[in-house]
Design a protein around this ligand. Structure first.
Ligand code: GCV
Length: 706
């Protein structure tokens, strides 16, 4: 190695070890230090062919080419030559898939039917190089399993992000359309690197102003920035917009004037954004207006918008997150009761967007019964990437582990001819990707965790959740572990010990948070409003916003009885699951208190009575945070100082928070159990009155006090 090359390499290594602010995400393209590996890539990649059907240089082909040249150059020092060819034959990798491999003459080729397929192929190839995979004999094709892979931003027009923990909204509405932050393109590039192909710009708690011309001009500017990266723009529609910005007296979906207004409005939107994707709608939920204000159904509301979007090939994602204080049914049954009678009554371009669980993104929930129930309507899975119930961006929780639980869950829905007794293969993944019921439309949505923080996600390790969401949206068969490993290597470099440690930390982190916050199927016992930290004592005028509604603690025991002697929410699931979950002895312990009111002295599999087991779970959560801290400390010197210190500080805070959760919840539940803490559980630092008196002010992601 020449002296100059040695100097350059040392400088690169030193820089990458000292100054890393996380902005580059998983797209770092640092020089590969293993010389023989680098040489093998140089050998394979000096000339690369892009083959599309048209063979024409489009903005997407240009960004694909730029990305590939910069990536290969950064990783290997090589300046590849890229040629563009065409092939009239339609290949079997669909509108967005691609093939990678060498052609008969040995030239490396990326082949796709469309330009965006080439872009996805470029990112796939670069990912393989960054993770040190051999490409000499590579011959693969890849196609996404779900058509619309979207981020949902809960961003307000004043740039506040509801449940956002990484700063303000990325969208600078005031300065748009004239001033365009270069970050818009970096955002779209990051999305494209994962195959995310759409973004809903605005909060589901919607503001009708976004549909007015001044804002549509701004939306058009963002759409223009994202378009080369294959990211389409969607908006949220406020159901009362015809009144608020249209001057009508009603928003009744069956009123012809209302239908005409939406038709004209939607036609207008397409003059600004010709490839506009459509709307997400939250209606008749948590104060949002909707069709029920006029005695109409959710189907009436969704179809109204769908009819106006259909000529433009736009879609409606109508949310099933509906519940009402006046409804005396168990909250976790309400959406099921509302939507089941409407199955099959929606237009072809409507998708029902359902949160993973029937309640609200809790640390652990069973899957929403609507996935097993509605067979004649396309269903979208809504996941929350932002960590509303997982400690914001202060705490670490790698959510892919939870998302895999729901994707792989068997609904036991055998279709109209139900009755299979063994695994039915009707997993949530197969229902939402459309293969189970032959749906023509498939959608997955993730509530974004991005913001203006330099590292995009606040917690440096929370980038893994954005990454994992995108990877699973493309291919839900990937494992949480392989994604974690891949992300760790892309983001922290090739050292096997570092990758191993970070992967281990990520994989354990979800259960750690569950343990110290809501173990054994407990749910909705967080602090009121901002939802950060414990609040099992929270009492609200609305019973369904009070913790007791969910934990049901009393002198006899703990947990919500959702079986036949209780709310019977179990009836919303297939018979196989009713039998499994409805029996105290066979119900998985991680859902025990979700389905059962369990006596304090009921013996669990460990041999411990419920009370002791509960206490030990809380203690285990705290202990596990301490282990994560130690594991992270072992990385000192092997990763850059900046990200090391940032994560280390957050782990310190997470330990304090975990202790608060443990102490507050155990002191509170002890008032009912009247039992001592078992051996091995640390005594609380304060009394219950202290924890009840803690008022966190100005917590991020919540408008809070003025
Ligand atoms: C956007 C929960 C959150 C709300 C959110 C709502 C929803 O209730 O706390 O902030 O509102 O879910 O998903 O609509």
């Amino acid at each position: 190695m020449s002296y100059l090359r040695y100097l350059a390499l040392t400088l690169t290594l030193t820089l990458s070890l000292s100054a890393e602010d996380g902005y580059r995400l998983w797209l770092r393209y640092d020089l590969i230090t293993d010389e023989s590996l680098r040489a093998s890539y140089v050998h394979s990649l000096s000339r690369i062919n892009f083959i599309t059907r048209s063979g024409v240089v489009s903005p997407t082909i240009s960004v694909a080419r730029e990305e590939l040249i910069a990536g290969i150059n950064g990783l290997t020092g090589l300046k590849s030559e890229i040629a563009l060819g065409s092939s009239v034959a339609q290949s079997n990798f669909g509108a967005e898939g691609f093939a990678l491999g060498r052609n008969a003459t040995g030239t490396f080729t990326i082949h796709a039917n469309t330009d965006v397929g080439i872009l996805y192929g470029v990112f796939d190839l670069l990912r393989r190089i960054q993770t040190g995979q051999s490409i000499e004999t590579l011959n693969v094709t890849s196609t996404p399993k779900i058509q619309q892979r979207l981020l949902n931003h809960w961003d307000d027009l004043n740039r506040f992000v509801e449940r956002g923990y990484a700063g303000f909204s990325l969208w600078e509405w005031f300065n748009l359309p004239t001033v365009r932050n270069p970050r818009y393109r970096d955002y779209a590039r990051a999305c494209a690197s994962l195959g995310i192909n759409g973004t809903v710009l605005t909060n589901v708690n919607a503001n009708a102003l976004i549909l007015t011309p001044p804002y549509l001009t701004k939306v058009a500017a963002l759409a223009e920035e994202f378009r080369p990266y294959g990211v389409r723009v969607y908006l949220t529609a406020r159901f009362s917009a015809p009144i608020e910005i249209g001057g009508l007296k009603t928003a009744d979906p069956l009123d012809p004037a209302v239908a005409a207004w939406w038709k004209a409005k939607i036609d207008e939107i397409y003059t600004y954004v010709p490839d506009f994707g459509g709307f997400v709608v939250k209606a008749n939920s948590e104060g949002q207006p909707g069709p029920q204000d006029y005695g109409r159904t959710h189907a009436d509301g969704a179809n109204l918008l769908a009819d106006a979007l259909a000529p433009h090939a736009g879609i409606v994602m109508w949310r099933a997150f509906v519940y009402a204080a006046e409804n005396t049914q168990d909250r976790v049954k309400q959406a099921y009761r509302e939507f089941m009678p409407l199955d099959g009554k929606f237009r072809d371009n409507v998708v029902i967007q359902i949160k993973n669980g029937p309640l609200d993104f809790m640390p652990r929930e069973p899957f929403s019964p609507l996935f097993g129930g509605m067979t004649r309507t396309p269903l979208a899975l809504e996941l929350q990437i932002t960590q509303e119930y997982f400690g914001g961006s202060t705490q670490l929780a790698y959510l892919a582990s939870m998302w895999k639980e729901v994707l792989d869950a068997d609904t036991f829905n055998a279709g109209p001819a139900r009755g299979e007794l063994v695994e039915s293969g009707a997993t949530v993944a197969r229902i939402i990707d459309g293969t189970r019921h032959n749906q023509h439309l498939s959608v997955i949505a993730g509530v974004a965790n991005t913001g203006t923080d330099r590292n995009w996600t606040g917690h440096p390790l929370a980038q893994a959740n954005w990454y994992a969401y995108g990877r699973l949206a493309w291919d839900h068969t990937l494992s949480a572990e392989s994604i974690a490993r891949e992300w760790a290597q892309l983001t922290y470099g090739p050292n096997p010990a570092t990758i191993q440690t970070i992967t281990k930390i990520l994989l354990g982190s979800l259960e750690t948070v569950v343990n110290y916050s809501m173990p054994l199927g407990l749910h909705h016992i967080m602090a009121e409003g901002h939802h950060y930290g414990p609040g099992p004592w929270v009492e609200h005028a609305r019973p369904d916003w009070s913790s007791r509604y969910y934990h049901q603690a009393d002198p006899l025991g703990l947990g919500a009885n959702r079986g036949v002697t209780g709310s019977n929410a179990l009836e919303t699931y297939a018979p196989e699951l009713r039998a499994l979950w409805g029996n105290l002895e066979t119900c998985p312990e991680n859902l025990l208190l979700w389905f059962h009111h369990v006596p304090w002295d009921h013996q669990l599999k460990s041999g411990h009575p419920l009370w002791d087991e509960l206490c030990l779970h809380y203690q285990q959560g705290v202990d596990e945070v301490r282990v994560m801290q130690q594991e992270w400390a072992s990385l000192k010197g092997s990763i850059d100082a900046e990200r090391f210190a940032e994560v280390q500080a957050r782990f310190r805070r997470q330990e304090l928070d975990a202790r608060d959760w443990r102490d507050a919840c155990l002191l509170y539940f002890q008032e009912f159990s009247k039992r001592p803490l078992p051996t091995g559980v640390e005594p609380p630092a304060h009394d219950l009155a202290y924890y009840k008196s803690v008022k966190l002010r100005y917590a991020p992601g919540h408008p809070g006090d003025k």
